[in-house]
Design a protein around this ligand. Structure first.
Ligand code: HSE
Length: 427
């Protein structure tokens, strides 16, 4: 295709820049990376956006930790009150400290003071998002949280834009980089402890990695996306949640026996009665989009009645992508661009729909018979049985989760430790 170069508009280079005073809570993996980006990308930010972000105070939880060389150490404080005093004179408050305390206090005081607050804190937004948005509205402040769900993927923006994606029927995907990285390493033959240590060393895991492994981190992100997609208050969403634990290697073998891969899939579906939600190990088709999402990548797939399917993939964890998403919110906040919040509510309901399941047990004396007989005893037809390594795995007919729970308890009472994956519709 021939390009008419005279029609290409190159953004004008802006010489003067408006100074935006920024206070930052948190200078760890994400906050530290934001400091580096603000330093090294200052010229680009000035030229593209006409803004100069000036850091005026940085709150840290621990005074003695190493900080980026680009940070003026005179800005550091461990005193929340001193930080809040500085925030009162700032234009944008950035929160990357994580957890609820003191993040909720910082958010509440900033929004009550009419500030523009940008946060990467998924636990905070999942627990308090609607009330914080309402608080900001009442006092002329605003809340942006692109980096709180799916790291560097602009899914929050996509769901918040006015009139985009009307008639959403489901939101699903991979929302936790840590567990996805661990599963990718297990596929490469690593042990679970080695894979977990490596993801922690790379800065993907939460300070408390049990939030990643248990699926709580992904559930928080799902709550945020469901709020934006369906108007369900995030704290009220009922999420069937299972993550990765001692069973991680067994789950991987069970999936391999059935020619698929394991992914921790977060999914919310709008049914006629309400919105169901789950975060759980899912058997996905080898070679499909979910299986091809590896390492710390995330994938978000949104189906809508009018728009069909969109899929956004990219880096879901790590300092760089998360800080980059924070920066995009800071630009938006500094330019006072409008944000839209959903108000219609669809009721959250538990998932009672039938799904096919993969159930794997370690192959030992009588394990195969026990698996077959137990499934039959609780009235679940077994569509396929397969083996790999030391694992025998069954793929069931579609049944609700409660029926699988019966089979799991019956297997456990025989001394077996079953690994259970929901089977993806495409697998
Ligand atoms: N611990 C999170 C993850 C970081 O692994 O996805 C990004 O939110």
């Amino acid at each position: 295709m021939k390009i008419d170069e005279s029609r290409i508009r190159i953004p004008a280079v802006r010489r003067g820049a408006r100074t935006v005073r920024v206070v930052l809570a948190g200078c760890g993996t994400v906050g530290g990376e934001l400091v580096r980006i603000l330093h090294h990308a200052a010229d680009e930010i000035r030229q593209r956006h006409g803004l100069h972000f000036e850091l005026v105070r940085v709150l840290v939880a621990h005074g003695g930790r190493p900080r980026p060389g680009e940070l003026d150490r005179a800005l550091l404080t461990t005193d929340v009150d001193a930080f809040l005093a500085a925030a009162a004179g700032a234009d944008v408050v950035v929160e990357a400290i994580g957890g609820i305390d003191p993040a909720l206090r910082i958010a509440t005081e900033a929004l009550r003071g009419g500030k523009r607050l940008v946060t990467a804190n998924k636990a905070l937004v999942a627990a308090h998002g609607p009330e914080l948005v309402a608080l900001g509205r009442r006092h002329g402040g605003r809340l942006d949280f692109e980096s709180a769900a799916a790291g560097g993927i602009p899914i929050v923006r996509a769901l918040r834009e006015p009139l985009s994606l009307t008639g959403i029927t489901s939101v699903r995907g991979i929302l936790n980089g840590t567990t996805n990285y661990v599963l990718s390493r297990l596929e490469d033959g690593w042990s679970f402890p080695d894979a977990l240590a490596d993801t922690q060393a790379r800065g993907f895991a939460e300070a408390d990695p049990s939030r990643d492994l248990s699926g709580e981190d992904a559930a928080d992100k799902l709550r945020i996306l469901v709020w934006l997609a369906f108007g369900v208050e995030p704290a009220r969403l009922q999420v069937r949640r299972r993550g990765l634990g001692d069973d991680a290697e067994r789950l991987a073998r069970t999936a391999r026996a059935l020619d698929g891969a394991v992914r921790i899939v977060a999914e919310a579906v709008r049914t006629p009665e309400g919105v169901t939600a789950s975060v759980e190990p899912v058997l996905v088709a080898a070679g499909g989009d979910l299986a091809r999402t590896r390492d710390e990548a995330n994938l978000v797939v949104v189906d809508s009645r009018w728009n069909g399917r969109i899929a956004l993939g990219g880096p879901g964890a790590g300092g760089g992508p998360t800080a980059s998403a924070l920066l995009s919110d800071m630009v938006r906040a500094a330019r006072r661009q409008r944000a839209v919040h959903p108000s219609s509510a669809v009721p959250p309901i538990p998932d009672r729909r039938p799904h096919a399941w993969a159930v794997g047990v370690e192959r030992g004396r009588g394990a195969q018979e026990a698996l077959g007989h137990t499934l039959a005893r609780v009235g679940i037809n077994n569509e396929r049985m397969a083996w790999t390594g030391g694992t025998v795995a069954a793929r069931t007919e579609p049944v609700p989760w409660a029926r699988i729970g019966l089979a799991v308890r019956a297997l456990e009472s025989q001394g077996l430790t079953p690994a259970v994956l929901r089977v993806d519709a495409d697998a």
